[in-house]
Write a new protein. Structure first.
Length: 404
């Protein structure tokens, strides 16, 4: 099999497109080399397509203001894209970040490149001295994570919190966290709650991993993702997916998010190298479960080199990290390859019938197709009855008993 090379001509571009299409048709019987080649070719195709019309980095707000001036728009004209007049003001004054929905709406409505609107800043880890009083102690106690601290001195309460955090491998010394946080759920106002939540996740994972197989990173590839995605076709898909991952040495735990945080899932490694995926199930829907799960699996596959970092994700906001963008892309490809999606009746002429037909063809749950359509079009009012609402939490009742 010839080496894949950077695309420099239209003929080479169309040849690679045809080869990827042929590989997709045979996806169920591809060898490991063919799977890797398909992934490489997809990246080369996207790079070539993006390079055809390069866009110089532009500040997203400046781009919006320029388009407003160009079209003679007032702030009130942007309300349909932002939802409310206060959000328009907050975004244009740089006090609120653009969400995924806003980016899609602006891209479609004003013709501004999504790449321009996204931005690529990473979340910086906590550097300043830890203020132990900022941990959500009351909620941690009410959820049974630790004993009540009433009638105890503040210094003793802080000692208990320190022990709780350090016991999970998240902290060294008294003034710095060992593990940095990445992902779109992290902010200065939520960082303490997120560290507390991660400590709980690690504790639960350590209980679950005693009888698991050892993790072998060489087993994780695009074929692994597709096999995992196709488990969604079964009525017991979520249960089968958790079992599948744990059979491959990846712990999956469920823990509801803490108040004030917006978390869908997380990916990290314990100090012994065991990968951990945590899900909050804050949206009890099949489409959200499946995309979040594969998004976190991609982090395990591509981005977790050691135990120094954790990805904590809110999948409702736009990605500001290249790794998050890669996790979104690879998770989406595992369910519905882009070349199939753009040519499908489900995308071109969406209906329940076309959605079900594509789901049947790809052997994935129709909720995933419906969810992809809603996100890509920015129309979240359609096909709500196909998302599998209320069909996930009931499968994990025992795991969720102490996770809310």
């Amino acid at each position: 099999m010839m080496d894949a090379k950077i695309i420099r001509t239209e003929d080479q571009y169309h040849a690679y497109l045809k080869e990827v299409g042929d590989l997709i048709v045979r996806s169920e019987v591809l060898t490991a080399d063919e799977q890797n080649r398909m992934e490489v070719l997809t990246v080369l195709i996207e790079s070539y397509e993006n390079g055809k019309c390069p866009v110089e980095p532009t500040d997203p707000i400046d781009a919006i203001l320029f388009r407003m001036e160009e079209r003679g728009l007032k702030r009130a004209d942007l309300i349909p894209y932002f939802g409310t007049s206060s959000r328009v003001s907050e975004v244009l004054n740089r006090k609120r970040p653009l969400t995924v929905q806003m980016i899609r709406a602006l891209s479609l409505g004003l013709g501004i490149s999504a790449d321009t609107l996204v931005g690529l800043n990473e979340v910086a880890p906590v550097k300043k001295e830890i203020d132990w009083s900022k941990f959500p102690i009351k909620e941690m106690v009410s959820r049974g994570w630790m004993d009540r601290l009433t009638n105890k001195s503040i210094s003793l309460a802080e000692s208990v919190i320190k022990d709780y955090i350090a016991g999970s491998g998240l902290q060294i010394g008294a003034a710095s966290f060992r593990r940095s946080l990445a992902g779109d759920a992290t902010s200065p106002t939520t960082v303490y709650a997120l560290y507390a939540w991660l400590a709980r996740v690690i504790q639960k994972a350590r209980v679950s991993k005693n009888n698991m197989n050892a993790f072998d990173p060489s087993k994780i590839n695009s074929g692994f993702l597709r096999e995992l995605a196709q488990l969604s076709w079964s009525e017991r898909g979520p249960l089968l997916a958790v079992e599948y991952l744990q059979n491959h040495g990846i712990v999956v735990v469920f823990e509801g998010h803490l108040k004030g945080t917006q978390v869908d899932g997380a990916a990290l490694k314990d100090v012994d190298g065991t990968p951990i995926i945590a899900l909050t199930l804050r949206y009890d829907r099949l489409d959200n479960f499946w995309f979040t799960l594969l998004h976190e699996v991609v982090h395990v596959w591509k981005h977790l080199d050691g135990d120094e970092e954790a990805f904590v994700d809110d999948l409702n906001v736009s990605s500001e990290d290249r790794r998050e963008a890669e996790a979104n892309r690879l998770a989406g490809e595992a369910f519905i390859p882009r070349l199939i999606w753009r040519r499908s009746d489900a995308y071109i002429s969406p209906s329940k019938e076309s959605i079900n037909n594509l789901a049947r063809e790809l052997k994935i749950h129709p909720a995933i197709v419906a969810g992809r359509l809603r996100k890509d079009t920015g129309n979240f009012s359609v096909f709500s009855d196909m998302l599998g609402s209320g069909e996930v939490k009931n499968m994990f009742v025992s795991e969720l008993e102490d996770a809310v």
